[in-house]
Design a protein around this ligand. Structure first.
Ligand code: NAD
Length: 351
């Protein structure tokens, strides 16, 4: 292993820039060696902004060059399985953005390839590294609110997702694209797998945005029963227009815990009688989870250097997708759906 872990950015879109920023500005033990991006202007813009000399149109060309230890896969979801398996086969450690893949079979192929070729696989669940979420998890583990009984997790995103992410066939829709983090966190914080889900969706803004893809929705709410007997809900709105909003409430047998705040700064302005209180809110996900993105990348690089297993692993990605698939089946068939209906075999609880 060289002094610094050399990473290759695969994809140069929205989240790639967040990770490029972490690697080039915050993590001394890593360096951004290459970028792969089919769109030349995007490729050059990312290369120029982050000082990356090696630029490739295809991943195959980057693999032929080969001067890197790990990949950061930030491409659209429907490309994840092919790219992740190719990376593992080439002996490159894999950081893979959520949602892990389109199907559970694809997740299994990625997990198997990583195991077979002895490379690390970490999923882009940055909330597991966000200081507030981590503190909440540790305090639940320490028993401060007793056994978790009920969890409510919401994510509202400000703007329209990229065109591919509006198509269920290419992304599994908003419950995957926006709410994957909620799916992972409810399981992590409750310490239990989801057992049954019931989902309702609505489409308020699609027509105004001329979105005609089948089953497009911009609002969703899912009720969940966990294997532990606990209950939960996940809700999503995207686009919500007003900012980025991610909050969780957990009721335990001995207390209540709330994670997150819509307020982005500790400033409240009492303006006048008409306007009342004004407070700045989080506007974007890179802003809300700035530390989570840096710490998840530090963790990935640290795991590579020490040979330890990442905290957000392939099994976590597989479970998050299983929840999405069960909830999607639920709203399509207008009935509660057992997780066992989408899982061939139920893996062990909690990673
Ligand atoms: N963890 C998070 O908070 C977070 C936030 C946003 C997006 N994401 C996830 O990251 C992924 C990308 O999302 P995005 O919003 O950045 O998308 P995006 O559309 O902004 O960017 C994707 C980029 O990948 C490029 N691309 C497509 N196929 C490629 C290939 N085969 N090889 C290399 N590049 C390719 C596209 O040209 C595009 O520039 C999705 O899985 C999404 O769910 C995660």
């Amino acid at each position: 292993m060289p002094d610094r872990v050399r990473v290759c950015l695969v994809g140069g879109g929205r989240v790639a820039k967040v990770h490029a920023n972490s690697v080039t500005r915050h993590i001394a033990a890593a360096t951004a060696s290459a970028v792969v991006e089919p769109v030349q202007e995007v490729r050059d813009a990312v290369g120029d902004q982050y000082g990356i000399a090696a630029r490739f149109e295809t991943f195959e060309a980057a693999l032929d060059w080969g001067e890197f230890d790990a990949v950061l896969i930030t491409t659209p979801t429907f490309t994840h399985k092919t790219l992740a398996v190719l990376s593992a086969e080439a002996g490159k450690h894999v950081f893979l953005e959520k949602p892990m893949a389109i199907t559970l079979e694809e997740c299994d192929a990625i997990i198997a390839a990583a195991e077979r070729h002895g490379v690390l696989l970490q999923l882009g669940f940055m909330r597991r590294f966000d200081p507030e979420f981590v503190a909440a998890y540790e305090r639940i583990q320490a028993g401060e609110i007793g056994r978790p009984m009920l969890i409510k997790s919401l994510t509202h995103g400000p703007g329209l997702p990229p065109p591919w992410a509006r198509d269920l066939a290419k992304s599994n829709g908003m419950l995957a694209e926006v709410n994957s983090h909620d799916w992972d966190c409810v399981r992590w914080l409750m310490g239990s797998n989801p057992q049954r889900v019931y989902a309702e969706i609505a489409n308020f803004k699609g027509p105004a945005h001329h979105i005609n893809t089948p089953h497009f929705y911009d609002n969703a709410i899912v009720n969940i029963r966990f294997e532990s007997g606990g209950l939960g809900s996940i809700s999503g709105v995207c686009p919500c227009e007003y900012g980025y909003d991610a909050r969780v409430e957990i009721v335990g047998e001995r207390g209540l815990m709330q994670i997150g705040d819509i307020r982005g700064q500790a400033v409240i302005i009492a303006a006048n009688r008409d306007k009342g209180y004004i407070t700045p809110i989080y506007r974007t996900w890179p802003e809300r989870f700035a530390w989570g993105y840096i710490r998840e990348m530090e963790h990935f690089v640290g795991c590579i250097r020490s040979g330890t297993a990442p905290r957000a692993d392939g099994l976590a990605g597989r479970w998050a997708l299983a929840g999405v698939l069960a909830a999607t089946r639920s709203f399509l068939e207008e009935r509660p759906v057992l997780l066992s209906e989408v899982l061939d075999s139920v893996p062990p609880a909690q990673t």
